[in-house]
Design a protein around this ligand. Structure first.
Ligand code: TXA
Ligand code: MG
Length: 311
């Protein structure tokens, strides 16, 4: 790619990263808060800006499957199958890390999380910097992930050096994480690449038996301020207490669209002073599995699990 075809904003983002800055970047899932993954000072600033505990590992974003291989010491056949099929896209794989990858990025584990995001501006940016960009979701720790540039500004303000505005995220939920260091591979976090899609390609194990540490799996993640009440599809609507401080959302009709809008709707409910948010859950198939996962974690806060946050 020639630099003259790249937008001014992408060039600026690249320059800031190359000078040790931290930049919020658009992806198809949620906005990430990026730094060059080999720049330890810059990566430290990500943890600081988010108030994120330093032992929570980060995803390294790269431009291609070939670039991803450089960050690993082993590239299992299943990693090759999944990444050639689903990258660029909402899939993160866990593989053994290359020797140069820092403990700071991996949380001290001997594995690394890798992803090629599906957003034209961020792919251009990754090609320009020619290296891996470590990026967690660009929200304060424990808060809902940002799905627009405005959400990042609302959450992090001047804690970030630049926000690369790539419009609203079209998937809206964080990537599917698949641990490729075990056989069969295991889904650690459901997301836009559904279990059905993964099943069609590889034999997949039971995610509940995984011993890999993925703090995003802990309870009370992705939480809005309001109380969240989760309803199954057969729950009678007239049993809900309706007042100006309650709101109802329906995730059962069009789950793909709901996934895209979910974090915006949660943020809006908080802005509008909603105290009780009722959500009709989607069926546990396709993207419905990921929606239920995030909603269940968000609702868990009300069960008194304030300390087990991640983000
Ligand atoms: O869609 C996404 O994945 C977004 C965009 C920005 O790419 N990123 C994102 O990052 O959701 P974050 O940091 O909010 O969530 C990353 C998850 C965490 O739960 C972390 O524990 C897990 O990935 N993770 C990272 N490295 C890991 C590793 N080596 N082993 C197991 N889990 C890992
Ligand atoms: Mg997060």
């Amino acid at each position: 790619m020639t630099e003259s075809k790249v937008g001014h904003d992408v060039l600026r983002a690249a320059s800031i990263l190359q000078h040790g800055g931290i930049v919020a970047v658009p992806t198809e899932t949620v906005y990430g808060l990026g730094a060059l993954a080999r720049d330890q000072n810059a990566v430290a600033r990500i943890f600081e800006a988010k108030n994120r505990p330093t032992d929570h590992p980060l995803i390294v974003h790269v431009a291609s499957v070939d670039a991803a291989r450089e960050w690993s010491s082993e590239w299992p056949a299943v990693a090759e199958l999944l990444t050639t099929k689903f990258w660029p896209g909402p899939l993160t794989i866990i593989v053994r890390r290359a020797a140069f990858v820092s403990d700071q990025v991996t949380g001290g584990q001997d594995t690394v999380a890798l992803r090629v995001p599906d957003h034209p501006m961020t792919l251009e940016l990754l090609n320009l910097v020619g290296d891996g960009v470590a990026a967690p979701s660009a929200n304060r720790f424990g808060h809902v992930s940002p799905t627009s540039a405005q959400h990042v500004v609302d959450d992090l303000g001047d804690r970030v050096d630049y926000v690369l505005d790539g419009g609203p995220c079209h998937v809206g939920l964080e990537s599917t994480i698949v641990d490729c260091t075990v056989d069969p591979p295991r889904v650690l976090r459901p997301g836009g690449v559904t279990s059905e899609l993964i099943h069609a390609i590889v034999d997949q194990g039971d995610q509940t038996t995984s011993t890999v540490r993925a703090p995003g799996m802990l309870a009370s993640h992705y939480a809005p301020m309001c109380r969240l009440h989760l309803l199954e599809a057969d729950h009678a609507v007239d049993s809900i207490d309706v007042s100006s401080r309650t709101r109802q959302l329906d995730a059962s009709g069009d789950p793909i669209r709901f996934a895209r809008d979910m974090y915006s709707l949660m943020r809006r409910a908080d802005e509008d002073g909603v105290e009780d948010l009722y959500v009709r859950m989607p069926a546990p198939v396709g993207i419905g599995v990921a929606i239920r996962d995030r909603l269940t974690k968000a609702a868990h806060r009300d069960a008194g699990n304030e300390t087990e946050k991640s983000g």
